[in-house]
Design a protein around this ligand. Structure first.
Ligand SMILES: [Zn+2]
Length: 290
């Protein structure tokens, strides 16, 4: 069996897939926020309950390739911890750990919206903006363990409407995440209208704030296309449910992609909220491995 665990800031989810890829176990529990030993115990009990098999874990961050410790995690109690070794000790099995956006991308590349594509760029548009790259059904991690992390690149070619550059928690300003996350959309709407509204409300109103969002997303993704030239870009996270993304953004990105014709597809994820945990389960079974 392949066991996958999605360690999130609010919940931990586990699934088990049998030999044919069929889901035979699923359980979701609240994350012991701020409690590292409690987080280890919670993962251990979920894995034990799921049964025998390989264990892959998706985390909201990455393991440093220099120290092996967790970095870039918005669940800050994980930062600097030897998560891999500690979980292996807890469950007495080897584990593989990857960034959650990379797990999302792997799941969609293997049997989701990116199935059959050579290069898949996976994007999370949620409370944050993350990304991952899968090539021929295998996650590209990179020597800094940040491959695909476009959310903290600056938004390309800022216009007067984009200024002043919003400050970002990472210490810089004008990061893509500050415009394209759900909170970023609400912030932009408040700057423009003086009204604080939820992303859902802003989307349902379909006004100028959503127009700005679509145009910025097209600009930001055109930078990715120019560098990576993916076959397909798969969107996940709460904002991926907005239908207009899939019609408007590919029309808008032709302005800034360096090509006469843009063949890259923009696709909605096939596995919804389950993509992260499914991709974690597939970490031991990426294409090109035994
Ligand atoms: Zn940033």
């Amino acid at each position: 069996m392949r066991i996958g665990v999605d360690l999130g800031g609010t919940k931990i989810e586990a699934i088990a897939l049998d030999g044919s890829g069929k889901e035979v176990f699923r359980k979701r529990i609240p994350t012991p926020r701020g409690d590292y030993p409690g987080t280890l115990k919670a993962i251990g009990s979920l894995v034990t309950e799921a049964g025998e098999g390989t264990v892959g874990i998706g985390i909201p961050g990455a393991l440093s390739r220099v120290t092996g410790l967790v970095k870039n995690a918005n669940s800050t109690w994980l930062i600097g911890k030897a998560l891999k070794e500690d979980i292996q000790r807890e469950i007495n099995r080897p584990v593989r750990i990857e960034n959650d956006a990379n797990c999302f991308t792997l799941s969609e590349a293997l049997d989701g919206a990116g199935k059959g594509a050579e290069v898949v760029f996976g994007v999370i548009l949620g409370t944050g903006v993350g990304g991952g790259i899968a090539v021929n059904g295998k996650v590209l991690t990179g020597p800094n363990a940040i491959a695909g992390e476009w959310g903290h690149n600056p938004l390309p070619l800022p216009t007067a409407e984009d200024l002043p550059l919003p400050p970002c928690y990472c210490g810089r300003a004008g990061c893509i995440e500050t415009y394209l996350s759900g909170p970023g959309l609400s912030r932009d709407h408040e700057v423009a209208t003086g009204r604080r509204e939820s992303p859902e409300r802003i989307v349902s109103e379909g006004g100028k704030t959503l127009d700005r969002y679509l145009e910025r997303l097209a600009r930001a993704l055109s930078g990715v296309i120019n560098v990576l030239d993916p076959d397909v870009i798969v969107l996940g996270g709460g904002m991926s449910n907005v239908a207009r993304l899939y019609t408007d953004v590919p029309r808008l990105w032709t302005r800034s992609v360096f090509s006469d014709h843009v063949a890259t597809r923009l696709a909605r994820n096939a596995h919804g909220d389950s993509s992260g945990v499914r991709g974690a389960a597939w970490l031991w079974d990426q294409r090109g491995e035994g």
